[in-house]
Design a protein around this ligand. Structure first.
Ligand code: BGC
Length: 390
């Protein structure tokens, strides 16, 4: 599969029913507002994706649109997403559908959000409804996107809604999300019966590297890898609840031994180039992580890999270097089935707003004009030929 990824809140626009929208208003942050206006322009965007020779597309459904109230479904939203999925398929793209990509309906947040274990049922109601509706069109489901990133930003760092900084809350939320995943996995299997569904969650992984050669920094990096990269995957794997591994990879971080979990360090002595978000670009790490996943003996799909840059040529360098790493991993037996660039479009980068641009396609936020970036043409040739040496 050669594709690109999108998430509803980051590109659709007018997602007023979400906890994120409330948060932006309350905090006076940059508002996602009309965003890329993808809610209206989706057909044009899918056409561009297919012209770029992509054969797959990862999208997410906006739970808050589909369930504006806890036990109410919006027929209008459901038929919108039906049209979206039909269009994706009509352009020859295989859809991968994410059910939760960081945002929650307002009613859910008001009832305590993921902190309240009783709320898991609300998520499962939405899951059942949508999976039932799209089961004949969609085979790949990602129940959650990056639960650890969500928990970290929303309940430890407190920089995403609900802005909590509490380790015990973070733990509860993660437990509830894992429970929602496990039950959701069973529900999807029940709905599909003897038909094939492929279910997983997108796992963000980074390379954790010791800041110095000192044993304690080494320990911090090791601990962070175990805890933040592997623990949830290992647990869900042990429960036989992963049909494939969905990896999101961007960068490397340097760590020091500080606090109970170690800490990302921000010293300036490391040599790798940084992207426009200050992330260390480390394609070799992609290879290493992929190789480390071999032991699960599951197919792997890269559901996100990408960068935000200031200079156009850096996008292409990043793309090619990461694809070379992926090819090397395939050569060593990693069962890699798909690669999705983050993102098809420039979009709303959460608390960082619109400035950081990840798109194969540039978006002019003043008039929503789309312009294909030069590196997207390189990607397009690779997708068409299904090989790297273009
Ligand atoms: C998330 C995206 C985000 C991207 C770049 C991923 O962790 O799934 O929503 O835009 O990283 O930060």
């Amino acid at each position: 599969m050669w594709g690109a990824a999108l998430s509803s809140y980051q590109c659709e626009g007018k997602n007023f029913n979400t906890d994120w929208c409330v948060w932006e208003k309350e905090k006076g942050f940059q508002n996602a507002g009309l965003c890329c206006n993808h809610y209206e322009l989706f057909e044009q965007d899918f056409k561009l994706a297919s012209r770029l020779n992509l054969n797959s597309l990862r999208i997410s459904l906006e739970w808050a649109r589909i369930c504006p109230q806890s036990s109410q479904f919006s027929e209008q939203a459901l038929s919108h997403y039906e049209e979206v999925i039909n269009k994706i398929i009509s352009f020859g793209l295989t859809p991968i559908v994410t059910l939760h990509h960081f945002t929650n309906p307002i009613w859910f947040a008001k009832n305590g959000g993921w902190l309240n274990s009783k709320n898991v049922d609300g998520f499962l109601r939405y899951l059942r409804k949508t999976v039932e509706l799209f089961k004949n069109k969609v085979q790949y489901w990602l129940i959650l996107n990056e639960p650890c990133v969500y928990v970290y930003n929303s309940f430890i760092r407190g920089s995403w809604p609900p802005g909590t900084k509490s380790l015990s809350c973070a733990k509860k939320v993660l437990v509830n999300m894992i429970e929602a995943y496990l039950q959701g996995y069973q529900e999807i299997k029940k709905i599909y019966g003897t038909n094939l569904s492929l279910v997983s969650f997108s796992k963000h992984m980074r390379v954790f590297s010791p800041c110095s050669n000192n044993g304690l920094d080494n320990f911090a990096a090791f601990l962070r890898h175990k805890l933040f990269n592997l623990s949830v995957v290992e647990y869900l794997f042990s429960r036989n609840s992963l049909d494939f591994l969905a990896l999101n990879y961007y960068c490397k971080e340097y760590d020091r031994f500080k606090g109970i979990f170690g800490r990302k360090c921000s010293c300036l002595r490391h040599k790798e180039r940084k992207n426009n978000l200050g992330w260390y670009v480390y394609p070799e790490g992609f290879y290493k992580l992929l190789l480390g996943l071999k032991r699960f003996r599951l197919p792997v799909i890269i559901t996100e890999n990408g960068t935000a840059e200031i200079k156009d040529s850096f996008y292409e360098q990043y793309l090619l270097a990461h694809l070379q790493s992926a090819a090397k991993a395939i050569g060593e037996g990693v069962d890699l089935r798909g690669y999705f660039w983050w993102s098809l479009l420039d979009n709303f980068e959460w608390d960082k707003g619109f400035e950081k641009r990840f798109g194969l396609i540039e978006v002019d936020y003043a008039d929503f004009r789309r312009t294909v970036r030069p590196f997207a043409l390189t990607y397009s040739r690779i997708c068409k030929d299904n090989r790297l040496d273009v």
